[in-house]
Structure formats: structure tokens, C-alpha cells
Design a protein around this ligand. Structure first.
Ligand SMILES: Cc1cc2nc3c(=O)[nH]c(=O)nc-3n(C[C@H](O)[C@H](O)[C@H](O)COP(=O)(O)OP(=O)(O)OC[C@H]3O[C@@H](n4cnc5c(N)ncnc54)[C@H](O)[C@@H]3O)c2cc1C
Length: 424
């Protein structure tokens, strides 16, 4: 049986960053990277642009094979993990082969969660997580566009909204169904979401919020979608974009603890000896003490991958993972919305301070959320700022205090000044 000092399972953002961190500290250890895909690694974030045709499918690889060779890493495609035996430090692959590890990283990401809708398994529908998903959706979207067909998108999260836009661009009529009361719940407050929704409506998208799909039934080459208020829509294309679940099917009986994701400590160690986990597959701890949910985003996957890799290699520079702060940059129909951190709770006490610029009809919308003089969240639609700097202001707990009005008026320059004061 083959034995590697390090085995990294999953060659995407978390796995590749861990790999870089391991090699930076351990030049000689043997490393295998295993991924279930037959293709080179691809970031899921690029998939909406593959659907729209903006990105060519053969130009979206995160790494070429030669990169793995220069890192002296044994990179294996079509190597899906099927079972993990932590007592004997062995991984069994779907084709029956077994691999032994000294240290193992689980970075298998997430998979689309299918909503419990009657009849869903009887109709043909799409999801968007892999390059194959994107290519299949691109083909059927352009067909629906050519024939002016209708697409129904289940879920108005980032994946659903990106896909809806691309379907409109392809020429299809689009209906979005979201069970919560607004689009992009969890990313934007109702005011910001209403602005984004208005742009979609202007482009002809039917946005049905506060409604659920109750049932779907086959119809010709598509399906009929029945809503909970008794209305129905015929769909030539159905896309399920109603959230994700961690990809942990191979962990049954392994002893690795899984709750909403794999349970890890601040160095991304699982409860099993010599097994780490990072990225969308883990249950991310929130940076905020109240446990505001975080995770499921690329910067977190990278940060966690780095922490895990440094910890695996015994790098003394490793620092505990501080917890996730959400950060999203959302482009739609040539406009831009940015969301960093958390909103204030509904029953906010006097320690909270919420400042808003740009009410109804104004050009842009900006909202700042502070708690005890420190930034907790910043949300903008058509107001530009660097979300990375805001992210740093939150993570470093920078005192905003007297600069709060300046930050609202001119977020970019004020944030830069605050950060440069800190570095000096
Ligand atoms: C359409 C879409 C758009 C997105 N847009 C954004 C965005 O704008 N901004 C943002 O921050 N985040 C975005 N995200 C989320 C972001 O892509 C993820 O947070 C990020 O990819 C997580 O990286 P990861 O390495 O943890 O997992 P993944 O990228 O999911 O990679 C997991 C890897 O593990 C492999 N794998 C899975 N199971 C097995 C197995 N059993 N054996 C071997 N290999 C396996 C998979 O093939 C895959 O290569 C988007 C996601 C999607 C789907």
C-alpha cells in the first residue's frame, strides 16, 4: 500500500492553499493531492461566467498539472475518497485502492442541498457546483434562450441570482422563487435587497419572495412548478440553488465528528488524530461571539487551508484561525453590491450604532453597523469600497469612534486612513 507523509483530499481553494503552506515549511515530505474530478481544479466562483460564456471552459483551471510537478506533489484526478479508517490512518478510494497517510487534510467542500420538494426526483433539473454542471447549464440555457423558454430558479442566494442573470442574458424568461421575504437573505438587509431586486425586475425577471415550491411534475421536456399559494409556472429549465451541504459522505463510521460540517478546533484539527479539515466542508466558527453564522466563502476556505497546512507541517508561525467574517462582492447587470461582516440584531441595545446613507431614490445605498465603536458590518449597493480593507478593520477590531461619520461619507479613503494609522 502506498504511504504519503501528507494526503490532501480535495484540490480546490482550501486544499491548494494548505498544500502551499505545507511545502513552504516542509520541502521534502511526500504529498499526495486527491480529487474526484477528472478535470484540473476549478474555482466554483467562476462557474456563472462559464454559463454566460464570458469564461471559456478550457481557461479556468486554478492550477496546471505542471504546477503540481514543480511542487513535487503527486496529484491524482478521479480519486474520490469512499471511506476513512482513522484507527489505521488509511483512506479507501472509490475504485477500491487504499492509501496510508501520516497527516490528512479533508478539503472536500460542499455539494448542492436539494430542497424537500415533492416530485423533484421525477423531473430533470440542474445544480451549479462543478464545471460539468456549468457546461450542462450553459447548453440548456442557450437552448432555452433561443426558443424564448422559461427558467425557474429555486433560491435567491448568490448562486441562484448569478444563474438567473445569466439565463436572462441568454434570452430565457426567468422566475426566481425564494421562501424568505427578500432576495440574498443573509447577505443584505431588506433595503439593499429591494434595490437589487428592482434591477432584476427591470430586466424582466419575475421575483417571487416569501413563497415556496410545493411540488414539481414532468411536462413535455420540462416541468410544471406548483407554488404554495396555488399558482403554477411551466419551466423548460429548473435550477435548484437552495443552499449547500458539506461533502462528507465518505466519513460514515470514521469517528470524525460532523455537525453542520466537520467539527474542528482553532488549528483546523478534527477530533481524529492526524486529521485536519478546512473550507466549505467544516463547521466554521464565527469571529463574532454571538455565533453569527459564517463560512461557505472563498476567503475563509483559503484562510482555513493556510492554517491547516501550517499546523500539519508543524510551522511555528501558525496562528489560530480567528473565526469567519463573511465577505461578498456581488456584481449584477453591471452594478455592484458589497457585503462584509454582520448586521445588527433586531433587538439591538444601545451599544449598537447603525448609520445609513442613501434612502429610497438615492443613487447608492450604504449601511454601517458598529458595536461599542468598532465596525461589525458594512453593506453597499452602487457605493464602491474595498471590502478587503473593511474586513481587516473588523478582524483587527479597529476603533472607529469619532471617524464614524467620515466612514459613512467616504468609506474608502477613511478606511485606508484608519488602516495606515494602525500600520504606522
Ligand atoms: C456558483 C458559485 C459561486 C460562488 N461565488 C462565490 C463568490 O463570489 N465569493 C465567494 O467568496 N465564494 C463564492 N462561492 C463559494 C466558494 O466557491 C467556496 O467557498 C469555495 O470554493 C470553497 O472551497 P473549498 O476548497 O472548501 O471547496 P470546493 O471549492 O467545493 O472544492 C472541494 C473539492 O473537493 C473535491 N471532492 C469532493 N468530494 C470528494 C471526495 N469524496 N474525494 C475526493 N475529492 C472530493 C471536489 O471535486 C472539489 O475539487 C461560490 C460557490 C458557487 C457554487
Amino acid at each position: 500500500m502506498e504511504l504519503f507523509d501528507y494526503v490532501v483530499l480535495g484540490a480546490s481553494h482550501a486544499g491548494l492553499e494548505a498544500l502551499r503552506a505545507i511545502r513552504a515549511h516542509d520541502a521534502d515530505g511526500s504529498i499526495a493531492v486527491l480529487d474526484r474530478e477528472a478535470r484540473l481544479p476549478v474555482s466554483p466562483t467562476v462557474l456563472p461566467y462559464v454559463v454566460s460564456g464570458k469564461c471559456a471552459a478550457d481557461r479556468v483551471a486554478l492550477r496546471e498539472r505542471s504546477w503540481f510537478d514543480t511542487q513535487r506533489v503527486d496529484y491524482r484526478q478521479q480519486a474520490a475518497a469512499a471511506a476513512l479508517d482513522t484507527a489505521n490512518s488509511r483512506l479507501r478510494l472509490a475504485d477500491g485502492r487504499e492509501i496510508s497517510y501520516g497527516k490528512l487534510l479533508l478539503a472536500t467542500g460542499a455539494a448542492p442541498a436539494l430542497p424537500p420538494i415533492e416530485g423533484l426526483s421525477d423531473v430533470s433539473f440542474h445544480v451549479l457546483r462543478t464545471l460539468d454542471d456549468a457546461l450542462a447549464l450553459r447548453d440548456v440555457a442557450s437552448k432555452a434562450g433561443r426558443s424564448a423558454g422559461r427558467a425557474v430558479v429555486l433560491g435567491a442566494g448568490l448562486v441562484g441570482m448569478h444563474a438567473a442573470e445569466n439565463l436572462v442574458r441568454a434570452g430565457a424568461g426567468v422566475t426566481i422563487v425564494e421562501m424568505r421575504g427578500q432576495v440574498l437573505p443573509g447577505y443584505f438587509d431588506p433595503l439593499a435587497a429591494a434595490r437589487i431586486e428592482a434591477v432584476f425586475r427591470d430586466k424582466g425577471v419575475e421575483v417571487l419572495t416569501g413563497r415556496r415550491v410545493k411540488q414539481v411534475a414532468p411536462r413535455d421536456e420540462g416541468c410544471t412548478v406548483l407554488l404554495d399559494d396555488g399558482e403554477a409556472r411551466d419551466a423548460d429549465l429548473l435550477l435548484a440553488a437552495a443552499g449547500v451541504r458539506p461533502e462528507v459522505s465518505y466519513l460514515a463510521g470514521s469517528g470524525v465528528a460532523v455537525e453542520r460540517g466537520i467539527v474542528v478546533d482553532e488549528f483546523m484539527r478534527t477530533v481524529a488524530d492526524n486529521v485536519w479539515a478546512a473550507g466549505d466542508v467544516v463547521q466554521t466558527r464565527s469571529f463574532f461571539a454571538d455565533g453569527t453564522p459564517a463560512g461557505g466563502i472563498l476567503p475563509d476556505a483559503v484562510e482555513q487551508g493556510r492554517t491547516a497546512g501550517m499546523s500539519m507541517a508543524g510551522d511555528p508561525g501558525v496562528r489560530p484561525y480567528p473565526g469567519g467574517v463573511s465577505l461578498n462582492t456581488y456584481g449584477f447587470f453591471g452594478r455592484r453590491a458589497l457585503s462584509v461582516g454582520r448586521d445588527a440584531p433586531e433587538q439591538a441595545g444601545s451599544e449598537w450604532d447603525v448609520l445609513v446613507r442613501g434612502g429610497e431614490g438615492a443613487d447608492g445605498y450604504l449601511k454601517l453597523v458598529l458595536r461599542e465603536g468598532r465596525l461589525q458590518g458594512i453593506f453597499g449597493v452602487d457605493v464602491l469600497f474595498d471590502p478587503g480593507i473593511m474586513w481587516e478593520l473588523i478582524l483587527r477590531r479597529v476603533e472607529i469612534g469619532a471617524r464614524r461619520d467620515a466612514l459613512l461619507e467616504n468609506p474608502q479613503d477613511t478606511a485606508r486612513a484608519l488602516m495606515s494609522g494602525l500600520w504606522r
